[in-house]
Design a protein around this ligand. Structure first.
Ligand SMILES: NC(=O)c1ccc[n+]([C@@H]2O[C@H](COP(=O)([O-])OP(=O)(O)OC[C@H]3O[C@@H](n4cnc5c(N)ncnc54)[C@H](OP(=O)(O)O)[C@@H]3O)[C@@H](O)[C@H]2O)c1
Length: 298
């Protein structure tokens, strides 16, 4: 089964490359040729990418590419919409015409963040910032294309190949400033690329066994935490006691930060649907984070 991965230089895409690089049925597309194995192609030039995909004739495309800078998306609206919506529409139409299964990633930011309940996949999606709008439009165009698809809505993604994820930012801030102010009113669950890849492998197995079913799925670890408590957990588990004594951490609320993009406060997601579909065990966020903190050097 031939699998094409788009956005192979990103946090998730590169982790997939490292996992599957020895399999000659996997093709890695990127705008940057970080490895000789990479093929030049990205969603920014989707029609050129499609010409190359047509030659390979994959059974599955995994799209890891996206415009992911939440604040900048408020300014570069056109870029965000091209990458997260318009190109995704063209790609999904290609998938429909060529009977390719599209695996795509979306975000907790498609939900409004109101209330305290966990979001289910069929909860009303009402994004409150432009990144969320562009990602939700991408989801809608995939569904409308009639292609076979899986959309995984991830939250607070981090991974061993991420350069600017939340966890790395906190560690860098602690090292450089020794002073951190973090919001205590945004709740969610940090999702590791390790968990995403475990789920992807199970989806690929379903495809191989012809037990595939299209659908939108939430995916994040068990239990949620606010960003202030998460930051404390990261620092306590990354630094030694002596260094910790030199760091000060304060809490604040999101409205005090005056960020360009609004942030959903409640990103708690219910993952029963994916657990039932794949019979996958999803552990507490601390399980994945502990492993990650042991493996990174910032
Ligand atoms: N990061 C998070 O906190 C988070 C949370 C929830 C959901 N997600 C979703 O998870 C997926 C993977 O996220 P990630 O963190 O791995 O993303 P990432 O590290 O930002 O990588 C995204 C990739 O998309 C391509 N890309 C980005 N901007 C581009 C541009 N302007 N023009 C063309 N290509 C561009 C690049 O791939 P190439 O250069 O290789 O083509 C880039 O490496 C995305 O769909 C994202 O929306 C992320």
């Amino acid at each position: 089964m031939k699998v094409c991965i788009i956005g192979s230089s990103g946090q998730l895409g590169y982790h997939l490359y490292e996992k599957f690089k020895k399999n000659s049925n996997y093709y890695f597309f990127s705008s940057k040729i970080l490895k000789p194995q990479f093929i030049k192609g990205s969603l920014t030039h989707v029609n050129q990418l499609i010409l190359k995909l047509k030659k390979i004739k994959p059974s599955v495309i995994i799209n890891c590419s996206a415009y992911t800078n939440v604040d900048r998306a408020e300014i570069e609206k056109k870029k965000a919409i091209i990458l997260n919506s318009k190109s995704v529409k063209i790609l999904s139409e290609f998938c429909y015409k060529n009977k390719v299964i599209l695996i795509h990633f979306s975000t907790d930011y498609v939900y409004s963040g109101k209330g305290k309940n966990m979001w289910k996949e069929n909860s009303l999606s009402k994004p409150i910032n432009y990144y969320g709008i562009s990602k939700f439009n991408g989801e809608k165009s995939i569904i409308k294309s009639n292609c076979k698809f899986i959309i995984l809505r991830l939250s607070w993604l981090y991974g061993i190949y991420g350069k600017e994820n939340f966890i790395i930012k906190i560690i860098k801030l602690a090292k450089i400033d020794k002073k951190i102010t973090m919001v205590n009113d945004q709740f969610g669950s940090p999702t590791s690329t390790e968990l995403v890849i475990l789920v992807l492998k199970k989806i690929l197995n379903k495809i191989k066994q012809n037990k595939f079913k299209s659908g939108v799925f939430n995916l994040c670890p068990k239990q949620s935490v606010n960003r202030y408590e998460l930051s404390k957990y990261i620092l306590n588990n990354y630094f030694n006691r002596k260094f910790l004594q030199s760091i000060k951490i304060y809490s604040t609320s999101t409205k005090n930060l005056n960020l360009l993009a609004l942030r959903p406060l409640n990103s708690r997601m219910n993952t029963n649907k994916i657990k039932k579909f794949l019979k996958v065990e999803i552990k507490n966020w601390k399980f994945y984070l502990d492993k990650y903190l042991k493996n990174i050097k910032v």
